[in-house]
Design a protein around this ligand. Structure first.
Ligand code: SAM
Length: 505
């Protein structure tokens, strides 16, 4: 596309977004949604929206109130009875509510709100499968996105198809196609909030216009007097001009059945938790998440996100151990580690270990490597005392590492009392062998990506256009962040052997 045509398209997108925003503001007034004069809602060139401070904001200021009845939830949609009868819970119930209200078009009480949302949020779930596979190869999202697709197809077959066949919803099946289900799911994952026990998850107009900034948010979302105050989840849209149903009366509450839990009527609120100056973008927080989680759920990433992690699968550790020793050795050492009460983190099908943003490996991984690389005599000693070393339920991590190291040390006068800080205790597990194992694991983990080096990816990222090549940009940030963590893991591994060498000088 030539530059002129691209500029024209951007201008049209911005004009459409601005028109929708005006309609939405009228909708807010009609539905009792109050937005402080100190906030300015802006349409961006890309057709999305963000919030800016029109005047200085001070901690404690109340900047928005949203009546619960104005939220689109499984309880407030006209499909409430069908959703309840189908016993759909959580995100699935809300996804059906969103599809249903979208299908109603101008008949929907949320029409002006729904027109502000994009068709779908650009999360990897809806990227073309081959592109997702290429861009995410080796990253923390590689397998997850494939699993998501399979699980959602199952959900659609098991829950949505029967709901359609039951005739309870009286909708055009095209509005509930698998494709529409995926799209609605991306909106729910990227912009829904947990409201309260009665409404469950819901779309909260206005609250979902705030973008996210890790550790730098200005506002918090609160469900007043509710035990489940929540931070966000969310999503967005686009399309079309002012509609006829903008200025209507209050959103109906279509729930026919009696509530199972008491209904809290108090408005939802957005409160300032950090000062903002006039002109600043006003951010919310969607929670403390690494880039894989942000990209997975919201379709964006942040450079230098302190909550980033890389995982190393137990399967990779086993592969390394077998390559260094034998299958028998690998099995025996892993089983002793397990018998002592240790495990990795677990997800659907895998057991894995986290490497933190600083490159520090999870304690359980270090212990496994320590046991895997013990000399035969130390290993035999450990077997003899294993029953006394089983990690107890209170999980005295520090004590258990100290006892493990004492039991395997050849020096009978080895003194370890007084150690009470985890980083110091972890150093006990550092030796030439565990360091070299960590270095090998970093290489093996990195080999899962394509052949590009970190430097290649960094160079590509520099030349990548953030707004025009979104998928490429965010997948590069994810890869670069993960590879940088693996480099820090290498530093961590090497620093232990260096420290030991200095001690010996
Ligand atoms: C709740 S919406 C926020 C408002 C949104 N910008 C809109 O146009 O309505 C969440 C979506 O906004 C975008 N977003 C939020 N924070 C972002 C950030 N820090 N960087 C890039 N995109 C962000 C993502 O597309 C995300 O899925």
């Amino acid at each position: 596309m030539d530059t002129h045509a691209a500029a024209m398209d951007a201008a049209i997108d911005a004009a459409v977004a601005a028109r929708r925003l005006r309609a939405f503001k009228r909708w807010m007034r009609a539905h009792g949604v109050v937005c402080s004069d100190a906030l300015r809602l802006d349409a961006s060139e890309s057709g999305g929206f963000h919030v800016r401070a029109f005047a200085p904001l001070r901690e404690g200021d109340l900047v928005a109130t949203i009546p619960r009845r104005a939220c689109l939830t499984p309880r407030t949609t006209a499909a409430a009875a069908a959703i309840e009868a189908a016993e759909l819970g959580g995100f699935l119930a809300l996804t059906v509510a969103v599809m249903y209200e979208r299908a109603r078009g101008k008949e929907s009480p949320w029409y002006a709100y729904l027109r502000m949302l994009p068709d779908c949020e650009s999360v990897p779930l809806v990227w073309p499968a081959d592109e997702a596979e290429r861009l995410l190869a080796g990253t923390e999202l590689d397998k997850i996105v494939k699993q998501d697709r399979e699980l959602l197809c199952e959900d659609w077959k098991e829950c949505i198809e029967p709901l359609l066949s039951s005739g309870e919803l009286d909708v055009d099946p095209d509005d509930f196609s698998l494709e529409k289900y995926f799209s609605a799911k991306t909106l729910v994952s990227s912009r829904s909030f947990q409201i309260d026990n009665y409404h469950g998850y819901g779309m909260v107009p206005l609250a979902d216009l705030f973008n996210h900034k890790t550790g730098g948010e200005h506002v918090h979302f609160t469900s007043v007097s509710d035990t489940s105050d929540s931070d966000v989840e969310e999503e967005e849209d686009d399309d079309e001009s002012d509609g006829s149903t903008d200025d209507q009366s209050t959103v109906e509450n279509n729930t026919n059945s009696p509530p199972e839990v008491s209904i809290n009527d108090e408005d939802l609120e957005m409160i300032v938790v950090r000062d903002a100056n006039e002109g600043d973008e006003v951010y919310n927080t969607y929670g403390t998440m690494g880039n894989a989680a942000l990209l997975h759920r919201y379709g964006f990433t942040e450079l230098d996100n302190q909550y980033d992690i890389v995982n190393i699968d137990l399967a990779l550790v086993t592969k390394w151990c077998k390559s260094m020793f034998s299958s028998r050795h690998a099995r025996a050492r892993a089983s002793l580690w397990r018998n002592l009460g240790y495990t990795g983190c677990t997800s659907q099908e895998a057991e894995y270990f986290e490497i933190s943003y600083d490159g520090e490996p999870q304690l359980e991984l270090l212990i496994l490597l320590y046991i895997a690389t013990l000399k035969a005599d130390a290993y035999d000693k450990l077997i003899c005392v294993a029953d006394d070393l089983i990690v107890n339920e209170e999980h005295d991590s520090i004590g258990s590492v100290v006892r493990l190291v004492k039991a395997t040390n050849s020096n009978p006068n080895f003194e370890l009392d007084g150690l009470d800080k985890m980083p110091d205790v972890m150093k006990l597990l550092h030796n030439k062998n565990t360091s070299s194992a960590l270095l090998s694991l970093a290489d093996m983990r990195e080999s899962l990506y394509d052949s590009n080096t970190l430097e290649d990816d960094e160079e590509k990222l520099k030349n990548c256009n953030f707004s025009k090549e979104r998928k490429m940009y965010h997948s590069l940030v994810l890869r670069v962040s993960e590879k940088r963590i693996l480099n820090r893991l290498r530093k961590y591994a090497s620093s232990c052997s260096k420290a030991k060498k200095r001690k010996h000088l």
